[in-house]
Design a protein around this ligand. Structure first.
Ligand SMILES: *[C@@H]1O[C@H](CO)[C@@H](O)[C@H](O)[C@H]1NC(C)=O
Ligand SMILES: *[C@@H]1O[C@H](CO)[C@@H](O)[C@H](O)[C@H]1NC(C)=O
Ligand SMILES: *[C@@H]1O[C@H](CO)[C@@H](O)[C@H](O)[C@H]1NC(C)=O
Ligand SMILES: *[C@@H]1O[C@H](CO)[C@@H](O)[C@H](O)[C@H]1NC(C)=O
Ligand SMILES: *[C@@H]1O[C@H](CO)[C@@H](O)[C@H](O)[C@H]1NC(C)=O
Ligand SMILES: *[C@@H]1O[C@H](CO)[C@@H](O)[C@H](O)[C@H]1NC(C)=O
Length: 554
């Protein structure tokens, strides 16, 4: 539930209703297809109107609402930051919300479709702006809605502005013929928008609209500025490849909009044009042929949705229990590579095949480690750091840049490993003092784990689990803790989900080493230096590194 209706949101709704209105006469003439999912089945790309018709064909179901809300209510008992949300400290006031009141309100709201209910809770948890605490309904997050006009914030002639990404043709063409032919068939020339200066979006100043997306769509980060960055397109590592994020304005992972209105000035023109840019939805889910098979493949609970009792497994078959704290970026699914002209062309060093990419810049003095993630392969990450640093030392590199662009986190201990490998253990404990919430069920789990003699191979709760720092539990992890402790019958235990989804939560708080009364997430540490992106640097890592090395090291 949104705290406050935004005018841009109303505009979107108005556009949406106008569109529905336009469709009504058609429906009156020809009978609507019995099953709207048939029309989008088997298609990698589909018109958002058709996707919405399919996704909204599942009626609201009170049993599912009670199941999901009861699950959420009880998982929220484990959430370490709940009290902070009642009055979020500055500069994070934007995230303030009464969680219990919002859940009660969603319980009392009339919804027409299952989509509407799920979008309400998706938006509510997204706007907690904690990527570690979110509801992901698989049924509705499996289409990425793509606007063929990703935007960037770059400086041109000394002034910053919002532009359609200049490389959008090289970038989005990688989505293939099915993507480009949709626009060809509509007679919509999206390629000529590349590099255009944006002067208005949905009737608003472009930066206002960017703020609106940062507030309502981006989520993940308490810091507003970090969310603003994620509205724009920028480079990242996806899987183990250099890739480009479409950005939250042009690539949200839930389908709602069918088009976006922009006023812009194309390259080589001085005239302002008014353009309605159509979205196209990219399917990233499992195959289906109609509504029932769509539901079965993507929406109904499956074997991986809920947890298991690990006592039934042989110890050697258990996965290593390693604490994680990462955001989930569903938009990584399409993994569009960074177009080759933008890839680094300088010497890469050993240990660059995973999520870390390390280079020596042409000045021969600067080593760069681009740390795309702290997730991926736990052991390999450490080996790759060692390999890169050894290569830098051998090459007599004397200065080091660490690039954490779009690094969404991962294994907590890899952050600690990197910190200590680079600066030594003398520097002290890097902010890993942590606590978790001692709600009644948590206490029951600990007592049961002690009675059963379980250790860290089976549970995150036991004392020999030496992990410290912020930690996330996926719903399936928490349910596994509960089932392994044998306390699923406890009245506080969340029920198994009947739908395919994940209500993940921030299970452990790490306390700031600046002030051990403040969770590290609420410690605002603004950058010492700020530089504007340019057309040359927003998607070209090496150009950015060379610029940064000059600015920082001279
Ligand atoms: C609602 O969902 C439940 C659980 O999946 C199902 O058993 C029930 O038939 C559904 N109700 C309706 C009216 O479809
Ligand atoms: C939702 O409201 C109904 C009616 O007041 C109540 O019976 C039910 O327990 C509530 N569900 C949740 C999850 O709080
Ligand atoms: C970045 O752009 C802003 C707005 O155009 C400008 O005021 C500022 O001086 C620029 N910053 C730098 C470091 O060039
Ligand atoms: C990485 O890029 C290569 C070459 O374009 C491609 O074949 C591969 O599938 C990509 N891998 C991932 C994980 O995206
Ligand atoms: C860096 O090293 C390479 C290879 O040894 C050499 O060709 C190049 O001239 C060096 N560049 C600078 C700036 O010293
Ligand atoms: C390599 O990339 C840098 C930075 O983008 C660029 O300045 C340089 O011209 C490129 N060199 C070659 C040989 O393409």
């Amino acid at each position: 539930m949104r705290v406050k209706a935004e005018s841009g949101e109303k505009d979107i709704m108005r556009a949406f209703f106008a569109l529905c209105g336009a469709l009504l006469p058609l429906l009156a003439v020809g009978a609507p297809p019995a099953d709207p999912c048939v029309k989008v089945a088997g298609k990698t790309f589909a018109a958002p109107t058709d996707v919405l018709a399919c996704q909204k064909s599942f009626p609201f179901n009170e049993t599912l609402r009670q199941n999901v809300l009861t699950n959420m209510e009880r998982v929220f008992d484990f959430f370490t930051f709940e009290d902070y949300y009642l009055k979020s400290p500055p500069p994070f006031q934007e995230s303030t919300v009464n969680i219990r009141e919002t859940l009660a309100k969603i319980n009392n709201t009339h919804f027409k479709t299952d989509y509407d209910f799920n979008i309400a809770i998706y938006d509510f948890t997204t706007q907690l702006n904690d990527g570690h605490t979110r509801w992901f309904p698989d049924c509705y997050t499996l289409y990425q809605n793509i606007l063929p006009a990703p935007v960037v914030n770059i400086e041109v002639d000394g002034v910053q502005g919002v532009f359609v990404a200049p490389d959008s043709v090289e970038f989005l063409s990688q989505l293939g013929d099915e993507f480009t032919s949709f626009f060809d068939d509509l007679g919509f020339d999206w390629k000529r928008l590349a590099g255009a200066k944006v002067v208005e979006i949905e009737g608003r100043d472009p930066y206002d609209y960017v703020d609106f997306i940062a507030k309502t769509v981006s989520g993940n980060y308490l810091d507003h500025g970090v969310r603003v960055n994620s509205v724009f397109s920028s480079y990242r590592v996806s899987g183990t490849n250099f890739s480009q994020r479409i950005g939250d304005l042009a690539g949200p992972t839930v389908v709602r909009q069918t088009s976006l209105h922009m006023k812009l000035i194309p390259v080589h023109s001085r005239a302002v044009e008014s353009v309605d840019i159509p979205f196209l939805a990219n399917y990233l889910g499992l195959p289906f042929t109609d509504g029932p098979s769509f539901w079965a493949a993507n929406c109904a609970a499956n074997d991986l949705t809920n947890g298991v009792d690990l006592k039934g497994f042989r110890v050697q078959d258990l996965p290593r229990k390693l604490a994680k704290a990462e955001i989930i970026d569903k938009s990584g699914g399409n993994g569009i590579n960074l177009p080759p002209p933008f890839l680094p062309n300088t010497t890469s060093v050993p240990g660059s095949e995973g999520v870390i990419k390390s280079f020596i810049l042409p000045d021969n003095k600067t080593g760069v480690m681009f740390l795309g993630s702290f997730a991926g392969d736990f052991d390999r990450f450490q080996a790759d750091v060692v390999a890169a640093i050894s290569a830098f030392q051998k090459a007599k590199v004397s200065q080091l840049l660490l690039d954490l662009t779009n690094n969404g986190g991962g294994f907590v201990c890899l952050g600690q490993f990197l910190h200590q490998y680079l600066s030594g253990s003398q520097i002290g404990y890097p902010g890993f003092v942590s606590t978790n919430r001692a709600n009644p069920l948590a206490q029951t789990i600990v007592a049961a784990d002690i009675d059963l003699g379980l250790d860290a191979r089976f549970t995150f709760y036991t004392a020999d689990n030496c992990m410290a720092g912020n930690q996330v539990l996926e719903w399936t992890d928490l349910d596994t803790e509960i089932k392994t402790a044998g306390v699923k019958d406890d009245p506080h235990a969340p029920p198994d989900l009947l739908v395919s989804g994940n209500f993940r939560h921030n299970w452990r708080t790490a306390w700031s080493f600046f002030d051990e009364n403040v969770p590290i997430a609420y410690e605002s540490e603004l950058p010492t230096f700020r530089f504007n992106y340019t057309a040359e640097t927003y998607n070209k890592p090496q150009a950015l590194w060379e610029f940064a090395a000059k600015q920082l090291f001279g």
